[in-house]
Design a protein around this ligand. Structure first.
Ligand code: NAP
Length: 345
């Protein structure tokens, strides 16, 4: 199997560390470049990075010297986990220099020529790349993005329902992990013994991204799905895992059995990082729980539970995913595997 050399922008951060962990031993990728801020550039990765994941920094990357976030980088593919304040300009510079850029940042997600991907749902949106290259004059390079980490929890079951019955409207309440804010993130005195009712900029992202992901590719652009989403976003006192409470109205009638079957039958893909089951629906009354279910499918499975008819909407359910795996680094690695399988890298 061909090995691609990858570089990580924001390599010392929460998502950057998760990339390093997930790429260790990956059959298609080998880390050859690590980039971060001026604070880190010039230092060996092991010195620049305050490693926060279990175990030690992998020996394969410990001695790589961290570089500034500018092209050229010694790699074939760039994974970006930069703050949105610097991502837009930097990712464009890399795409213009000919690199495929696979981004976790929100900067380009809603641009009409940029794919916003959950491969199992809308892998066909990679067709936007051709238009993007023409429009922006990127040459060989391009940018694809993965969604907001809370959207990743509920877009899959919503896609299952939208395909079978059509979604009319959706209300979501998110319970998002502390690691979603990066490191050091929410101050401990704000989050300990507390639920924090504000995440800057989050609600508009959660209210708009799923319509693009569930949208249909027509004439080289994405026709957005036409249902409204109403969102309230909370930071809660767990380390990893975003749980979302969902209430949904459907366009066509569906029994509870139909709803559960639609979610369970949504296929996974046959890529290296694909979980065996894309969506697991639990019938245990007490599941999903963040601590117990976030690692399902190596952090790549979406766990749904408490699916019931609702008293105001048609149905309600809970959905959970791992925010730094499926919701960030793991989702981006899956995007890269998809792009390779489609001959785009
Ligand atoms: P983080 O822990 O704060 O890490 C930020 C990284 O970016 C660090 O490597 C940092 O390098 C680097 N950086 C910061 N400012 C920079 C600058 N001015 N120039 C160059 N590099 C700079 O953040 P994170 O949680 O990993 O998030 C990274 C991105 O992923 C954000 O856009 C975030 O919205 C998105 N995202 C995060 C999650 C999540 O669950 N955390 C999920 C999905 C998407 P230094 O160490 O050198 O400062």
């Amino acid at each position: 199997m061909k090995k691609y050399r990858v570089g990580i922008l924001g390599a010392t951060g929460t998502v950057g560390q998760r990339f390093v962990q997930l790429l260790e031993g990956h059959p298609q990728f080998e880390i050859t470049a690590l980039a971060a801020s001026d604070r880190s550039a010039g230092k060996p990765y092991a010195e620049a990075c305050a490693w926060k994941l279990p175990g030690n920094i992998p020996q394969t990357v410990a001695d790589i010297t961290v570089t500034p976030i500018e092209p050229p980088l010694d790699c074939d593919i760039v994974f970006s986990s930069l703050p949105s304040s610097v991502a837009r300009e930097t990712e464009e510079a890399f795409a213009r220099a000919g690199y495929p850029v696979i981004s976790n940042s929100s900067s380009y997600r809603m641009d009409e020529d940029i794919p916003l991907l959950i491969p199992e749902i809308n892998g066909d949106h990679v067709a936007l790349i051709e238009r993007q290259r023409e429009k922006r004059g990127f040459g060989k390079g391009f940018i694809v993005t993965n969604p907001n980490c809370a959207v990743v929890s509920f877009a899959p079951p919503l896609a299952a329902l939208h395909r079978k019955f059509g979604v009319e409207a959706c209300v979501v309440t998110t319970m998002q992990a502390i690691s979603g804010a990066g490191y050091p993130g929410t101050p401990s005195l704000d989050i300990t013994d507390n639920v924090f009712p504000y995440i800057a900029g989050e609600e508009p992202k959660v209210e708009t991204e799923s319509q693009k992901i569930l949208g249909r590719l027509a004439d080289g652009s994405v026709e957005y799905a036409d249902f409204p989403v109403s969102a309230q976003c909370f930071r809660v006192n767990v380390v990893d895992g975003h749980m979302v409470s969902v209430r949904v109205d459907l366009k066509e009638p569906a029994t509870l059995e139909d709803v559960v079957a639609a979610m369970r039958e949504f296929p996974s893909l046959d890529l290296h990082s694909s979980p065996e089951n894309f969506i697991v629906v639990s019938e245990e009354p007490t599941r999903p729980q963040t601590r117990l279910d976030r690692d399902a499918g190596n952090g790549m499975t979406i766990t749904v539970g408490r699916v019931f008819p609702d008293t105001v909407f048609d149905y309600r359910f809970i959905a959970l995913s791992h925010n730094t795996v499926r919701g960030a680094a793991g989702g981006a690695v899956l995007n890269a595997e998809l792009l390779i399988s489609k001959g785009l890298i």
